[in-house]
Design a protein around this ligand. Structure first.
Ligand SMILES: [Zn+2]
Length: 135
């Protein structure tokens, strides 16, 4: 999924986490679930990063960035470091290890362009919910 989608999912996973220690685990789990679903990613890495920063800024400026939310977001994003390294040519596709990227669980099928619109709408709804809910 797009990075901003992982931000929104990690944020709500953290927000709804019963404990501080479960937030990172739920953030990681959200990444696996989203990556195995059919979806389309944004090809341009620059846009992916900008939209992820905007999503995090919206959560922070909206007053919804607690420690649990931060942990959920961080651990929902960490797996895509290997995708970044792959896109930069630092590692090969077959060197990816995170479930849902290649090994253990395959990455989801490529969906149509409307997948990006759905991700944006869903992420915006989740972020709006978190802001309305507060910390
Ligand atoms: Zn991923």
């Amino acid at each position: 999924m797009c990075l901003f989608t992982h931000v929104a999912a990690g944020a709500i996973a953290g927000a709804l986490s019963p404990t501080l220690y479960a937030a990172p685990i739920l953030g990681l789990a959200s990444h696996v679930v989203l990556d195995i679903l059919p979806h389309r990613d944004i090809d341009r890495m620059r846009y992916e990063l900008i939209l992820a920063v905007i999503a995090i800024a919206a959560i922070a400026l909206g007053g919804a960035l607690s420690v649990k939310v931060s942990l959920g977001i961080a651990f929902a994003l960490i797996p895509d470091i290997e995708n970044l390294l792959w896109k930069l040519g630092a590692i090969r596709d077959d060197q990816k290890v995170f479930p849902g990227h290649r090994k253990f669980l395959p990455h989801g099928m490529v969906a149509g362009g409307s997948s990006i619109g759905l991700q944006m709408a869903g992420s915006a709804a989740v972020i709006a919910f978190l802001i309305r809910r507060g910390v």
